[in-house]
Design a protein around this ligand. Structure first.
Ligand SMILES: C=CC1=C(C)c2cc3[nH]c(cc4nc(cc5[nH]c(cc1n2)c(C)c5CCC(=O)O)C(CCC(=O)O)=C4C)c(C)c3C=C
Ligand SMILES: [Fe+2]
Ligand SMILES: [Fe+2]
Length: 338
């Protein structure tokens, strides 16, 4: 009997922390029309003329700090999860990992599934919340590749799993061991997104960013809104841990450029808490299913240093799902769900 194909897709990471590999990664990533969603001429000038030449060396230094003997943490965990999922699913399935940018590339991962003669392919982006820049881009690229095949197998695409109870449970358990009640404040810091992209995702054009708290609640109107899905993930983790509303804040990190991004910004909230005398902060980062540059460096190092400079004691990062067996079980369920 032919196998069922599972394609796990993560964002991607440079092949090495060298300036040239980081530049190649940034170039492919940021030239994606769903990531920097401006006109093609403006995007080319911005990416190739400014970001790649100037940010490349700076980003490479940061990548050098998080690089381990096993390579980039994002790559390490993604590859490990792929192997563990294959083991768990057994012989009826063929699991591949593809990165949206760089390696292993989506064309190579899909080619392997094709060679294995799979009868179906389920695409599971490793992003719990939907955004056009991440999940949307993965789906588009997979469709572009597969649409050229002579025989197109049964295809299915996971859109989001921001509220998956088993995933919420893992984040909550990871946080529980730090005893959230002993912290002055808890932050749920999600990767940011330009406000322009939040508004574009609102098909009605009547809801998103039309009122101050429009997307802090997930409803049928904003069900595909990245920000609303982030708030929902945070609320579910907080409820599971009995963290009262006034003791936590949802924030957005890693903005790029001068345009406004989803707010409030993590750095500003941390500064405000520091100025108000907070000493210990617990930070969850549930936009990522694997620890990566954004968590290991930006939260655990950069924000921690900034907070200490304001008199704080510690910014404690809650680790991500990484290669936890419970996360593999969530992916197993997702692989089998119709
Ligand atoms: C316009 C720029 C960017 C958008 C939009 C964006 C959205 C977005 N990204 C992630 C997940 C990750 N991003 C990572 C790194 C990263 N992101 C951007 C820019 C945008 N991201 C840059 C330039 C970088 C590279 C690092 C740097 O120079 O700062 C990573 C980490 C990869 C790693 O190798 O560790 C992840 C993961 C999401 C989920 C998202 C929108 C929802
Ligand atoms: Fe990013
Ligand atoms: Fe919204």
């Amino acid at each position: 009997m032919s196998k069922q194909g599972i394609l796990l897709v993560n964002l991607g990471t440079p092949d090495s922390p060298s300036v040239s590999d980081v530049r190649r990664y940034l170039d492919e990533f940021l030239m994606d029309e769903r990531v920097i969603d401006i006109n093609p001429v403006g995007r080319t000038l911005l990416v190739k003329g400014i970001i790649v030449p100037f940010r490349g060396p700076k980003s490479a230094k940061t990548y050098q700090k998080v690089w381990t003997d096993n390579g980039s943490p994002l790559m390490y965990y993604s590859a490990k999860v792929k192997d563990l999922l294959q083991e768990k699913l057994g012989a009826g399935y063929h699991v591949e990992l593809g990165m949206r940018y760089q390696n292993p590339s989506l064309p190579s991962a899909l080619a392997k599934l094709k060679e294995a003669g799979v009868s179906s392919i389920r695409v599971i982006p490793l992003f719990p919340q939907y955004a056009s820049a991440t999940t949307g881009s993965v789906h588009q690229r997979v469709m572009e590749i597969v649409s050229k095949w002579q025989t197109i197998p049964d295809m299915s695409f996971v859109n989001s799993y921001h509220d998956d109870p088993d995933m919420i449970e893992i984040f909550a358990e990871n946080g529980q061991k730090y005893h959230p009640e002993t912290f002055d404040h808890v932050i749920f810091s999600f990767h940011g997104l330009p406000q322009r992209q939040l508004v574009k995702a609102d098909d009605s054009q009547k809801h998103c960013l039309k009122s101050p708290d429009c997307c802090s609640k997930l409803t049928d109107v904003n069900k595909f809104c990245y920000s609303a899905q982030c708030y929902n993930t945070a609320r579910l983790i907080a409820e599971r841990l009995s963290i009262p509303k006034e003791k936590y804040t949802v924030t957005f990190q890693s903005r790029l450029g001068k345009d406004p991004w989803a707010q409030p910004y993590t750095s500003e909230v941390i500064h405000q808490l520091g100025k108000n005398g907070a000493k210990r902060l617990l930070v969850f980062s549930p936009a990522f299913v694997a620890d990566c540059l954004e968590t290991i460096y930006e939260i655990a190092e950069e924000y921690d240093l900034e907070f200490k400079a304001l008199g704080g004691d510690k910014v404690q990062l809650v680790e991500s799902l990484n290669d936890k067996p419970e996360w593999i079980a969530v992916l197993e369920k997702m692989s089998k769900r119709n």
